[in-house]
Design a protein around this ligand. Structure first.
Ligand SMILES: Cc1cc2nc3c(=O)[nH]c(=O)nc-3n(C[C@H](O)[C@H](O)[C@H](O)COP(=O)(O)OP(=O)(O)OC[C@H]3O[C@@H](n4cnc5c(N)ncnc54)[C@H](O)[C@@H]3O)c2cc1C
Length: 91
C-alpha cells in the first residue's frame, strides 16, 4: 500500500473578507487550507456603525470563523512572525 500523498498547504492569515474569500475559492482545490486569525470570529465591518448606534448587538455582526471557512482548518493565533520549516533553496 502506498503512503498517502501530502497535499500542499496554503496558510491564510486573517479571516476577514479577503481571507474567507480565498478559503472558499480553494475549497475544491487539491490543497490543505489553514486559516489563522487572532480572533475566532469574523467581524462584518460594514455594520459596525449599527452596533455603535445600538441598532444591533455585537453578536449580530460577529460570526464564528470555522463554519465560514469552507472546510479549512482554523487556528486562533497571531501571525506576527513566520519562520519557514525548511531552508529555502538559496540558504
Ligand atoms: C465601519 C466600516 C464600514 C465599512 N463599510 C463597507 C462597505 O459598505 N462596503 C465595502 O465594500 N467595504 C466596507 N468596509 C471595508 C471592508 O470592511 C474592508 O475593506 C474589508 O473588511 C477588508 O477585508 P480584509 O480581508 O482585507 O481585512 P479584514 O476584514 O479587516 O480582516 C482582517 C483579518 O485579519 C485578522 N488579523 C489581522 N492581523 C492579524 C495578525 N497579525 N494575526 C492574525 N490575524 C490577524 C483580523 O483579526 C481580521 O479578522 C467598511 C469598513 C468599516 C470599518
Amino acid at each position: 500500500m502506498s503512503a498517502p500523498a501530502t497535499l500542499p498547504r496554503v496558510v491564510i492569515v486573517g479571516a476577514g473578507f479577503g481571507g474567507l474569500w480565498v478559503a472558499k475559492a480553494l475549497a475544491n482545490a487539491a490543497v490543505e487550507v489553514v486559516v489563522i486569525d487572532r480572533q475566532n470570529y469574523h467581524l462584518f465591518q460594514p455594520l459596525l456603525y449599527q452596533v455603535a448606534t445600538a441598532g444591533l448587538s455585537p453578536a449580530d455582526i460577529a460570526a464564528p470563523i470555522r463554519p465560514r471557512s469552507a472546510g479549512a482548518s482554523c487556528l486562533p493565533s497571531s501571525g506576527r512572525r513566520t519562520r519557514p520549516t525548511r531552508p529555502s533553496a538559496g540558504a
